[in-house]
Design a protein. Structure first.
Length: 193
């Protein structure tokens, strides 16, 4: 690992049919595509040789299977707070479809009717961050894009809405951690493919 301090490795799950088509996939449990499975297996090579005090996954099958195919299924613990944003009425819709009905809509600013706001997701991210900082070691997380973006924003002390500034591709690897001491949270690597 590249730091004297604990590092948190963030893995966005591999491709699903809905992620490939741009559909918002919150709580619908969509499996990985063949390409998503291959990318998850490739993640094993990227994480080879690293050790973690804990491995946590969203309860979605796309995150759990990415964890399994990356070689960490036996050590992974499901954490409900790592679940993707609840898109409510916008579940399964593309941004283009939502904008046709609600011009000017932005997920991180406006949230979703019948689903979560950025503040709701931020509260879950804060709970995970509290557990990460209490763990004291390096941790590997498997989750989904919008949740991980909010988590990174909150790690830095930014508002949950600032997750809008960070983009994550499927099967990407990001690292958050510290710079000079534990009072200086930073992003050490982002959206590595």
């Amino acid at each position: 690992m590249g730091s004297l301090f604990p590092e948190i490795y963030l893995v966005r799950h591999g491709e699903t049919e809905w992620s490939a088509s741009g559909k918002h996939t919150g709580r619908t449990d969509i499996p990985l595509t063949a390409a998503g499975e291959a990318a998850a297996r490739a993640m094993a090579h990227r994480l080879n040789g690293l050790s973690f005090s804990a491995v946590w996954s969203s309860p979605s099958q796309r995150a759990l299977n990415t964890c399994l195919l990356a070689g960490f299924g036996a050590t992974g613990t499901r954490k409900a707070d790592l679940a993707e944003w609840d898109y409510g009425a916008y579940e399964g819709l593309t941004t283009k479809q939502i904008l046709a009905e609600r011009p000017g809509w932005r997920l991180f600013r406006d949230g979703c009717p019948g689903g979560e706001t950025a503040a709701d997701v931020g509260a879950r991210a804060d709970a995970i961050i509290g557990q990460l900082r209490g763990n004291g070691g390096s941790v590997l997380l498997f989750s989904s894009a919008h949740f991980l973006r909010v988590l990174a924003a909150r790690w830095l002390g930014l508002a949950p809405e600032d997750g809008a500034l960070l983009v994550l591709d499927t099967a990407s690897l990001s690292i958050i951690g510290y710079e000079h001491d534990l009072a200086e949270p930073v992003i050490r690597g982002w959206n590595q493919r």
